[in-house]
Write a protein that binds this ligand. Structure first.
Ligand code: NAD
Length: 297
């Protein structure tokens, strides 16, 4: 059996009703990412962190796997499947996948302060004053920014042994998870499923679709020989270049919002609405009078 290694991110759980990390301007469920996802945040305000993860735990318990999780579980009939997920939810397991490595921890587990004692807690809350067996404050078993990623070496070895690498629903913004793409052997085909893909170099076969639809295409491609829809790499490259120019403009020409509006118009024409909105937001912050350069209708 061929070894299919799958790297998943928050996007695969979006259709199960769990928001992605950067859905709205670097906020995770309306919280500042640094406040709720860094070790500094933990030292600053344990109550806020615990409350945030108590809410996430409840949300995850209610969520059901979607078609993308289910197809991945089904593919175990045809491939040796290894899933490396950045997700802290348990939707891959709920769908029936048997080989899942959680690079950033699991919401249904708690641990002591130095992470040597791990306890299964299911949907129970953790509150300030709850103690781990060693007497330290109990905390969520999550890898926060500023912490080591203990399973990274195992993930690297898994990616190195891939015959096929599939990436689903990750912005590839969070390191070291993103660097896993660099360790895959040169002759291994790499597929990316994402409605707003950021990787445009040609070695990656991009399936621009939501996870469930994209997974169905991936399955049909491998099992039924059905062709994948063409992806316009040139357009994607143009989008990336505009974004790059946009970021530069923010640094170099902060007084020239017209420039950004033009860029956001072009992004709109390319149907890259998320990116267009970012450009537009930046321009509007400068203009302060709320010009809408194009309609999103
Ligand atoms: N479900 C979860 O467990 C969960 C949710 C939010 C954040 N996180 C944490 O946040 C970090 C975020 O990094 P990340 O790269 O995984 O997420 P991210 O939010 O940075 O990126 C999400 C990606 O998913 C794509 N996407 C959005 N909707 C999609 C859909 N329906 N189908 C497929 N793709 C879709 C977006 O275009 C984007 O590229 C991880 O460390 C993770 O632990 C986890």
């Amino acid at each position: 059996m061929k070894h299919l290694v799958v790297l998943t991110g928050a996007g695969i759980s979006a259709e199960s009703g769990i928001k992605t990390f950067r859905d709205s301007d670097g906020l995770w469920e309306k919280y500042d990412v640094n406040q709720v996802a860094s070790i500094e945040g933990w030292h600053e305000n344990k109550a806020l962190m615990l409350d945030f993860y108590n809410q996430r735990r409840k949300q995850v318990q209610k969520a059901q796997p979607n078609e993308a999780h289910r197809i991945l579980a089904e593919l175990e009939k045809y491939f040796k499947v290894s899933i490396i997920t950045q997700n802290i939810d348990s939707l891959h397991e709920k769908a029936g996948s048997t080989n899942v490595l959680h690079l950033h921890g699991e919401i249904t587990k708690a641990c002591n302060e130095d992470k040597t004692q791990v306890i299964e807690i299911g949907d129970k809350e953790i509150n300030v004053g709850d103690k781990a067996p060693d007497g330290s404050q109990l905390r969520p078993f999550i890898v926060w920014f500023g912490e080591q990623v203990p399973l990274l070496n195992e993930a690297i070895e898994t990616v190195r042994s891939a015959d096929i690498l599939l990436v689903v629903g990750t912005s590839l913004n969070v390191q070291p998870a993103a660097s896993l793409l660099n360790v895959v052997a040169n002759d291994v085909p790499v597929f990316l499923i994402d409605p707003s893909p950021k990787v445009t170099y040609r070695k990656v076969t991009v399936i621009q679709a939501k996870a469930s639809e994209g997974m169905e295409m991936f399955r049909n491609f491998f099992l039924n020989g059905k062709r994948l829809p063409a992806y316009d790499y040139q357009q994607a490259e143009e989008t990336d270049n505009i974004l790059l120019a946009c970021n530069k403009a923010i640094e170099i020409e902060p007084d020239n919002p017209d420039n950004w509006i033009q860029k956001s118009q072009r992004l709109g024409e390319l149907q890259r609405y998320d990116e267009a909105m970012i450009c537009q937001d930046e321009a509007m912050k400068l203009l302060k009078n709320g010009i809408m350069p194009f309609s999103l209708e």
